[in-house]
Design a protein around this ligand. Structure first.
Ligand code: SPV
Ligand code: MG
Length: 312
């Protein structure tokens, strides 16, 4: 039995989900403790159970765990066989999050893409709060949204600063609870607009009421991200700062924490790893004409029968 093969929790059985308000407030509570948080992408209840129970004991005996989940537009879309262009509607994605919430306790941050029309964003904010989502991150792009990691390889447009600030303000005005957070994601580095543009947008979005800032980059070298963090921190010591180190994957969590980041999101690794394993197993069954050769890539039958408490 491997270390992920049981999801029993000490506090309560799996069929007793947390109430939305308790979970929603948990992100702010964790942020108030002053340490940098680690979130990992979850695209299904099972992937979320794995994220929630993952533990690593370091050489000094310290225990590392994830603090919560990232609901990614890229992996939610990919899971449905759809492109990451805001085609999967937010209501459907929130319902999928509710399935995750039925079996887990940790807080979740929702990737809200561009936020859509301000009129839609206001309603989506309420739906997210009601579900128990702790925060939404919206990115300052406009028009047909493409994934940021393409950068300028595809046509994508950054929103006008005032237009995006108005959307943040509309979301904040619609919010019904003090716990929920609206985090503004800046795409200036993604679109090669430079550090000064990113910093002036950060100031505008904070003035518009953003509860946090996410700065994104598609460079392998973290220099621009770290420079942003230093300068942002000097101006805004207490505003939560978020990054997604998919491209600068050699940069260690501790370096991001030391630079002033409050949340680090590992944005797509659960789906990417699952896809790789499923792909190999499916072709190997065809290759070998039987399943003996794929058993090492799979949970044993005994393990899957005992995975979810209550199955027996
Ligand atoms: C996502 O996970 O969908 C994100 C992060 O938006 S990224 O794919 O890096 O744009
Ligand atoms: Mg996304």
């Amino acid at each position: 039995m491997n270390e992920l093969a049981t999801f029993a929790r000490p506090s309560e059985p799996l069929d007793l989900p947390k109430m939305p308000e308790a979970r929603r407030a948990r992100l702010r509570t964790l942020l108030s403790k002053g340490r940098c948080l680690k979130l990992l992408e979850a695209h299904s209840p099972l992937s979320a159970l794995i994220v929630e129970s993952a533990t690593h004991q370091g050489s000094e005996g310290e225990i590392a765990q994830f603090d919560g989940f990232w609901s990614s537009s890229l992996t939610d879309s990919t899971l449905l066989g759809r492109p990451d262009i805001e085609i999967v509607d937010v209501a459907r994605r929130i319902r999928a999050v509710e399935d995750i919430f039925d079996v887990t306790e940790k807080p979740l941050v929702f990737d809200g893409d561009t936020g859509g029309h301000p009129e839609h964003f206001r309603l989506h904010v309420r739906m997210m709060e009601k579900a128990g989502i702790s925060a939404v991150i919206i990115e300052d792009k406009t028009g047909l949204k493409k994934n940021s990691l393409f950068g300028n390889d595809v046509l994508q447009h950054q929103a006008d600063i005032q237009e995006f600030s108005d959307k943040i303000a509309a979301g904040k005005a619609a919010q019904d609870t003090p716990d929920f957070m609206i985090i503004a994601r800046i795409e200036s580095l993604i679109l090669d607009r430079g550090l000064d543009d990113a910093l002036s947008r950060a100031n505008a979005y904070v003035s518009a009421g953003a509860d946090g800032i996410m700065i994104h980059s598609r460079k392998k070298d973290p220099a621009e991200i770290l420079a942003f963090a230093r300068q942002f921190r000097a101006q805004h010591p207490a505003i939560p700062l978020v990054c997604v180190p998919t491209s600068f994957n050699e940069t260690h969590f501790s370096e991001l924490e030391a630079a002033g980041f409050n949340v680090v999101i590992y944005a797509n690794h659960m789906l990417r790893s699952a896809y790789q394993a499923m792909s190999k197993v499916s072709t190997d069954i065809l290759r070998y004409g039987r399943t003996k050769e794929v058993e090492d890539s799979c949970l044993s039958v005994n393990e899957i029968l005992n995975l979810i408490p209550g199955t027996r």
